[in-house]
Design a protein around this ligand. Structure first.
Ligand code: IPE
Ligand code: IPE
Ligand code: MG
Length: 244
């Protein structure tokens, strides 16, 4: 077999914490805490294999609909993990970014986030994006607003909007588009995660629940990714001939 090829940008919908905990007769929050190990394993896998960017879906814009105590526990876990992991991430040359609408978060948590981002901003080995209060629809509307502001400031009209200007206003505009989207937990849906950025991503769905997702499970996703032929609209023959 030819050599393994790694995606540049992997995004993961970390799903299944609640069911994992339930199977063990525990509270859902036990599953969320257990999921932190899988975050560490995923970061480690990406670092070892030269993956440039990893984007993790931690809290969706729809997750506010959960019981108040679960939302509270998730926020507390986020703050706790931020406190305990940033040093290690920095030591491993990982750049941490948080994407999403932070306006609904406790200002103290936002301050912690901004500090962690500033502390790790020059790290080059991996960009780790944590999507918190993130929604793909929010990202697109936000980009549209900002692009329109630019046009208005420059005295231009709607017809001057092009893909480049629009994209430059999306989150992660400086990173490669997502090559591989993984969803754990057995569901086959996108749940308002990265809508624009996954336009040509390969999708990988696994039954494995997030707390059980380890480096071997990540490796399996990569093996599967390597079996795909990415055609980007061309024919299979063109791709084989190396037409670009
Ligand atoms: C994903 O696990 C984590 C978050 C949404 C924060 P779930 O909590 O959705 O787990 P299941 O889907 O109920 O098992
Ligand atoms: C998606 O999982 C959000 C995160 C993993 C953070 P959900 O469990 O919230 O998705 P749905 O509601 O089942 O689609
Ligand atoms: Mg779920």
């Amino acid at each position: 077999m030819s050599e393994k090829h790694f995606p540049k940008h992997v995004a993961i919908i970390m799903d299944g914490n609640g069911r994992w905990a339930k199977q063990k007769g525990k509270l859902r929050t036990f599953g969320h805490r257990a999921g932190v190990h899988s975050v560490r394993s995923s970061v480690s896998y990406c670092r070892k294999n030269g993956i440039e960017a990893l984007t993790l879906f931690a809290f969706s814009s729809e997750n506010w609909l959960r019981p108040a105590e679960e939302v509270k526990a998730l926020m507390e876990l986020f703050a706790l993990v931020l406190g305990s992991e940033v040093k290690k991430l920095h030591k491993n040359d990982v750049q941490l970014r948080v994407i999403g609408d932070l306006s609904r978060f406790d200002p103290k948590l936002v301050e912690k986030i901004r500090k962690a981002e500033a502390h790790t901003k020059d790290n080059q080995s991996l960009v780790l994006n944590i999507a918190a209060n993130y929604g793909g629809k929010w990202d697109i509307v936000n980009a549209a607003k900002n692009a329109m502001r630019t046009l208005v400031e420059e005295g231009k009209s709607a017809d001057d909007l092009d893909e480049a200007l629009f994209c430059s206003n999306l989150t992660m505009a400086d990173l490669p588009e997502v090559d591989l989207l993984i969803r754990t937990g057995g569901e086959s849906r996108i749940s308002n995660f990265l809508l624009w950025h996954t336009a040509y991503a390969e999708f990988y769905f696994t039954q494995t629940l997030w707390p059980d997702f380890n480096e071997d499970a990540f490796e399996q996703a990569i093996v599967d990714f390597n079996k795909r032929q990415r055609r980007f609209g061309m024919t299979g023959e063109q791709v084989e001939e190396g037409v670009t």
